[in-house]
Write a protein that binds this ligand. Structure first.
Ligand SMILES: [Zn+2]
Length: 362
């Protein structure tokens, strides 16, 4: 087993995590414990296990059918449900889209929905989608200014003004080589846009067993520095539990120094507390709100005590073998767990005023 950091080649330490781990495609439990590596220099935490089975899942038909872009949400300024990519396109618009004839690459583009939303804002640009699943080409938009790439290395002479990594940076094993390649592919003032879950805001994302990399805001900045980018966090009101980072090429002349970061370890402490709280629950026939990692985690711990899930935006009628219903079907006898952290009183009040039943933040 390689013990030196896959990014900076410094020494690494072992982080043994004795919690269940999940996979992104359907939030099934895939491990009950994992040993991760953490670099003592650049602070990146990564899964050193061979994830061949997982990588092949991203190339499968199941992934094509997994509705990755169908999830809808609202924000402070917009109460109508819209796709995530709609909001992302609006953030990206303010960064770069005033210009035209730009070449834009979306890494892990899935069905090209983000590029379609960008094209609605400016159809004078050239949009490239890259995904390792060749089957996605069939559902990728068939437009003159759209190109699907299933192998980025065959296209390494192309140049881009913007490269987007939305929820894909965690899944790339040889991430250093990949980011060095993108540096070559970016024009001089080109922008790298990275979006990913913020484990400091939602610690359960520290338990994704199919991810190669577990970045925190600080370790991602370290990593980008190492690859020759200058980065900053982009503050936004819409994706409060995610990190959006913008980076540009930069030549560092001095020797790089990295700050220590224990955010991953802090997540594990928070998760342990949540498990302890969940184990105190004696109720049965519970309902869990949400069908992503948070709901999956609660169901994994409480198991038979959970009767079904509710979700305001139902994509699948079944989650982890249990029914998913609309929260409008709740009645006064239901007890509903909201796995959005104890401090999230806003969410608690929202559900209390919109639906029947007794709600508990956990
Ligand atoms: Zn390192």
């Amino acid at each position: 087993m390689i013990k030196n950091c896959k990014i900076c080649s410094s020494k690494t330490i072992n982080i043994y995590v004795n919690f269940p781990f999940f996979r992104h495609i359907d939030f099934k439990t895939i491990n009950y414990h994992l040993s991760l590596r953490k670099c003592i220099n650049c602070q990146i935490v990564y899964n050193n296990k061979k994830l061949n089975k997982i990588s092949s899942l991203f190339k499968s038909k199941l992934y094509v059918l997994s509705n990755q872009t169908k999830h809808k949400m609202t924000n402070k300024y917009n109460n109508n449900l819209k796709t995530r990519t709609h909001f992302q396109a609006n953030i990206i618009k303010n960064l770069i889209m005033k210009k035209s004839n730009l070449s834009i690459l979306d890494v892990g583009c899935f069905d090209g929905q983000l590029l379609l939303d960008l094209n609605k804002i400016n159809n004078k640009n050239f949009y490239y989608g890259y995904d390792i699943n060749k089957r996605l080409k069939r559902i990728f938009p068939n437009k003159k200014n759209f190109t699907y790439l299933s192998n980025i290395h065959k296209n390494k002479n192309k140049r881009f003004d913007l490269i987007i990594l939305s929820h894909s940076i965690m899944y790339i094993n040889k991430i250093r080589d990949e980011l060095l390649l993108y540096k070559k592919m970016l024009n001089e003032n080109g922008i790298l846009y990275i979006q990913m879950p913020n484990i400091e805001k939602n610690p359960f994302y520290a338990l994704m067993g199919d991810q190669h990399n577990f970045f925190t805001s600080s370790s991602l900045m370290n990593f980008l520095k190492f690859c020759g980018y200058k980065s900053k966090v982009l503050k936004n009101e819409t994706f409060k539990r995610e990190i959006i980072m913008i980076a540009k090429k930069f030549n560092y002349e001095k020797k790089l120094k990295f700050k220590n970061n224990k955010a991953y370890e802090s997540c594990l402490i928070k998760i342990k507390k949540t498990i302890n709280n969940l184990k105190k629950i004696n109720k049965k026939k519970l309902v869990v709100m949400g069908t992503t990692i948070n709901g999956a985690f609660v169901e994994e711990i409480l198991s038979d005590k959970v009767d079904h899930f509710v979700d305001e935006n139902i994509i699948k009628r079944n989650f982890r073998g249990k029914k998913v219903l609309n929260p409008q079907k709740l009645n006064d006898n239901h007890q509903i767990l909201l796995p959005y952290s104890k401090s999230n009183k806003g969410i608690l009040n929202k559900f209390k005023s919109n639906y029947k039943g007794e709600f508990f933040l956990i």
